[in-house]
Design a binder for this molecule. Structure first.
Ligand code: SF4
Length: 167
């Protein structure tokens, strides 16, 4: 299976993709991979829910409530999580709270990029990686790199789907 086919298959599944304290490098790597029709698929016609926590929107609470009704999804997190809750909020919750709530409902969790793995370049400023935030509640699949390789991200999400990626 080539990369674009694998990516399209993965994006047919229920994925909540969260951007925390991120430069969007991983999202850009996926979107710039040259696969035809990908932008539309990623943002509009796939079940993927893409949420940027770093810039709170007016409708943040509504989006969050909808996502929190979901079950059986893969939670993908891009970007670090700041220790100072006021630096990252969404829908009236801190990023830390949102990620913990979503991780409880997700069937698996994938951290993409070094910021999500261990705080990356923001670690010196007190930011953390996903594992440090959610603890041992759930296994976290990690894809380090700055930015993470799109092939490795797709392969890991496919694996996290439990083999359903090619169904
Ligand atoms: S790991 Fe690198 S590319 Fe990814 S969010 Fe952090 S700084 Fe950006």
């Amino acid at each position: 299976m080539d990369y674009c086919t694998a990516l399209r298959e993965v994006l047919k599944h229920s994925i909540v993709w969260i951007e925390a304290q991120s430069c969007s490098g991983e999202t850009v790597m996926i979107l710039r991979s040259g696969c035809q029709g990908l932008e539309d698929l990623f943002f509009h016609s796939s079940p993927v829910k893409f949420v940027s926590l770093f810039c709170e929107e007016k409708s943040g609470k509504e989006i969050l409530e909808n996502i929190l009704q979901m079950t059986d999804f893969v939670l993908v997190i891009e970007g670090a999580i700041p220790s100072d809750d006021s630096l990252c909020t969404f829908g009236g919750y801190s990023c830390t709270q949102v990620i913990k709530l979503l991780a409880e409902r997700a069937h698996s969790v994938v951290a993409v990029g070094s910021c999500a793995v261990n705080g990356g370049i923001l670690r010196e400023a007190g930011s953390k990686g996903v594992k440090e935030v959610i603890g041992d509640r759930k296994k976290v699949f990690e894809v380090p790199g700055c930015p993470a390789s799109p092939q490795m991200m797709v392969a890991t999400i496919y694996y996290a789907l439990g083999g359903k990626g090619g169904a």
